[in-house]
Design a protein around this ligand. Sequence first.
Ligand SMILES: Nc1ncnc2c1ncn2[C@@H]1O[C@H](COP(=O)(O)OP(=O)(O)OP(=O)(O)O)[C@@H](O)[C@H]1O
Length: 283
Amino acid sequence: MLAELDQVKKQYKDFTLDCSMKIQEDCVTGLIGANGAGKSTTFKMLLGLVRPDSGEIRIFGKNRKDLSENDRREIGTVLSDSFFSGYLTVAQLMSFMGDFYPGFQKKEFEKQCGRFQLPVDKKIKEFSTGMKAKLKILFAISVNARFLILDEPTAGLDVMSRETILDLLREYMEVPGRGVLISSHISSDLEQFCDEIYMIDRGKIVMQEETDRILGNYGVLKLDDRSFASLDKKYLLRIRKEAFGYSCLTDQRQFYQENYPDLTVERGTVDQVLTMMTKGEAL
Ligand SMILES: Nc1ncnc2c1ncn2[C@@H]1O[C@H](COP(=O)(O)OP(=O)(O)OP(=O)(O)O)[C@@H](O)[C@H]1O
């Protein structure tokens, strides 16, 4: 296990976070939720930047305070803008990265900069948003950490740049024993990339599921009032009143497809499932 949050709680004035998660090796774990749902607070607690009020956080099986220097170097994260002095060039930054991160692979990093057309002799302040995002991910990957914690690494990027970054992360995951925790409010990113998805809503984890199971077994039924009244509801997770009748979320799509061939049963996308889990009602 790379990391575990066990009933971790944090209270702000009008916000309560109450979160349990497990992040496994060889697995990309996604945290998805609306703005203000608690994603960044969860990440900050994992990184030791926010102290939880209660609960336990373990990284590599240890409490944060027991992590060795080497353990800490095994955690890669997207560096904040403030880390990069905009007046430096990538070449200048590269020259001292090795002092901070002994695992920094300069040659590989340089190669990747070429591949992603990041000019090493241009000042970072002159980079576009997409170039900066790629640079940050490249740095995070190049320190050769076992565990990457990436809070919205694709935020503000166009489709092409997002794809590039996801490709980079896929390559990173080819080495056994590694793992990534990533958040995004773009659910299609997570759908393509994550093995396991946690959904967070107003500080609570409302669902945890393998992506393959979401895409393979979940579905949304669209029914009028009469069909809804006669429906077997035992496999419904959430229902939502609509103008036409009801939308219902199930994790047994096949059951409804086989037993109600006339019903409209849509394949569950991560986005649909999140919407139903957060806006629908439990039965
Ligand atoms: N230091 C703080 N003091 C008070 N409230 C805070 C603090 N940090 C976060 N919050 C509140 O906690 C809630 C969750 O914020 P958080 O940044 O974790 O959400 P998020 O899911 O990352 O959102 P976004 O997608 O917008 O980044 C918000 O209501 C926010 O106002």
